[in-house]
Design a protein around this ligand. Sequence first.
Ligand SMILES: *[C@@H]1O[C@H](CO)[C@@H](O)[C@H](O)[C@H]1NC(C)=O
Length: 206
Amino acid sequence: MLFTSQISGTVLLAASAVSAGTVLWDGRFNDYASSADLDKWSFSNPVGEYQYYIHGKGEVAEYVNLSADFKNPADGASKQGVKISLTDTAFWNGDAMRRTELIPQTKAAINKGKVYYHFSMKRAETNAPSVNREHQIAFFESHFTEMKAGWISGAQGDADPALRWFVDSKSQWDTPGRPASGTTWPTRSTSTPAPSASGTPRAPTP
Ligand SMILES: *[C@@H]1O[C@H](CO)[C@@H](O)[C@H](O)[C@H]1NC(C)=O
């Protein structure tokens, strides 16, 4: 897994059990005044909707920036969106790959049963994800479902411009990763394929 370029985009997360219409976990940042609120989270003070500890040594806004500028304009239920960046300081814990991660802070069973995940993502021309590097954008630690872009084959010198949805490391669906500048990637809902999925939930990052 490699992250080597900056991602400009919005990622809005909400997991809901559709049969009951219940939102199991809501990651839309409506309760965050700014991304600095993410810094209030710690293992001993697990406040807010996200765990924020996998990131570089810079200020939080260098890696995670919240603004109405980044939200899906068609989404009236969110007051803002997030731009997640992999800058040249975005290294965590001695890793060679760049990582900026937001992890759901919840005990809800968001990886069990039939659950729908809603992500809205946008690609911009400026600092777009490299087509030559793998980007794990929205994923669970067990990789039973995930959105990925770039360098999917892992083959040296290969480029992949598509945004892809993977289940258990197999591509199920893709869309061109280079839509007209400023347009939003189609919103995609994914559901868990089986009630047996396990693993620590990890949020995008695109
Ligand atoms: C965060 O986004 C806002 C809105 O686009 C912008 O004005 C600001 O400069 C950004 N901050 C950082 C640290 O990138």
